[in-house]
Design a protein around this ligand. Structure first.
Ligand code: 13P
Length: 338
């Protein structure tokens, strides 16, 4: 495979393919396993992810790349094969989450706002991850809408960190997924879709200005944004058609056409809503960039439930995963129907 950043980025958003975000931190995967009353151990995390990566049909046909967590990129399957080799054999590009999480932003809004950390030593970590096989990476900045928030300080600090990360990734020959997430879930999610639009536009404009200042080549990134959508606690929910229309409008206003592709996060949408919104956007006409998925929860929730942590349910878990991957592949082509 080509090592050029543009080629890797384009492969990640190839027609009908998208990204599996399997980079849950140890504390987040524990929350997912709690729903099936499974203890989160090194072995159970390995078994779960091995099940997904060995879902050959789903991986080969619909998944371009997998975002891994530090533990997983070093892990071996039960039979001793590195997990990275299993996904490569299925045609997927290994990726790695490199941020170390969203931490309270010092100052008056520290109870709500965060800035994502992980820049210290990142050049050296990228060099190691490249040796371990990673050809793309992810960093997630988090923006919370609340009374009078986000603050400019929060938008700017997160955009700046994303740009510094992206420049370091490209220096290492790794495609940065640039993920500024305006949250739709959590305790502060009473905002409507228009507020989400306003904040997403502001955030994306700020991110692209910072990427320019850091001299990041836009041809060698993938943008991973939220959709423009009402907060989960809003009394005023928007229709799927409105989500699709406002998301496209916001992206057209802010994302240069040099960007090779956009891969959305699911952000707490139901599995079907995440699929439907993506399909509506792709069906709406020619766009400046391919739009696809980089889903975590919306690709995995059904698989975790079907598996339930039991070896005898591995095939059922793989079927559930493959089904969602196939539905989202259709959506990436604008061809999904309820
Ligand atoms: P969700 O699709 O569950 O939002 O996860 C995607 C992701 O990678 C968040 O950082």
């Amino acid at each position: 495979m080509s090592e050029r950043l543009e080629d890797i980025a384009r492969a990640l958003v190839a027609p009908g393919k998208g990204i599996l975000a399997a980079d849950e931190s140890t504390s987040t995967i524990k929350k997912r396993f709690d729903t099936i009353k499974l203890a989160s151990t090194e072995d159970s995390r390995r078994d779960y992810r091995e099940m997904l990566f060995r879902a050959t049909e789903g991986m080969k046909n619909y998944v371009s790349g997998v975002i891994l967590y530090d533990e997983t990129i070093r892990q071996k399957a039960k039979d001793g094969t590195p997990l990275v080799d299993i996904m490569k054999a299925a045609g997927s590009i290994p990726g790695i989450k490199v941020d170390v999480g969203a931490k309270p932003l010092a100052g008056p809004t520290s109870k709500i706002e965060t800035v994502t950390e992980g820049l210290d030593g990142l050049r050296e970590r990228f060099a190691e991850y490249h040796k371990l096989g990673a050809r793309f990476a992810k960093w997630r900045g988090v923006i919370t809408i609340a009374d009078g928030l986000p603050s400019w300080n929060c938008v700017k600090a997160n955009a700046h960190a994303l740009a510094r990360y992206a420049a370091l990734a490209q220096e290492a020959g790794i495609v940065p997924i640039v993920e500024p997430e305006v949250l739709m879930d959590g305790p502060h999610s009473g905002h409507d879709i228009d507020e989400c639009y306003r904040v997403t536009e502001w955030t994306l404009r700020t991110v692209f200005r910072e990427l320019y200042d850091a001299r990041v080549q836009l041809e060698g990134i993938v943008l991973k944004p939220n959709m423009v959508i009402a907060g989960q606690k809003s009394a005023k929910q928007a229709s799927p058609a409105e989500v699709a229309e406002k998301t496209i409008k916001c992206l057209k206003e802010t994302v240069p056409s040099a960007v090779p592709g956009i891969a959305f996060l699911s952000g707490g949408q139901s599995d079907e809503a995440a699929t439907q919104h993506l399909s509506l956007m792709n069906a709406s006409g020619p766009l400046p960039w391919p739009l696809t998925f980089s889903y975590g929860r919306a690709l995995q929730a059904a698989a975790i439930q079907a598996w339930g942590g039991k070896p005898e349910n591995v095939a059922a878990g793989q079927r559930a995963f493959t089904h969602r991957a196939k539905m989202n592949s259709l959506a990436a082509l604008g061809k999904w129907n309820a």
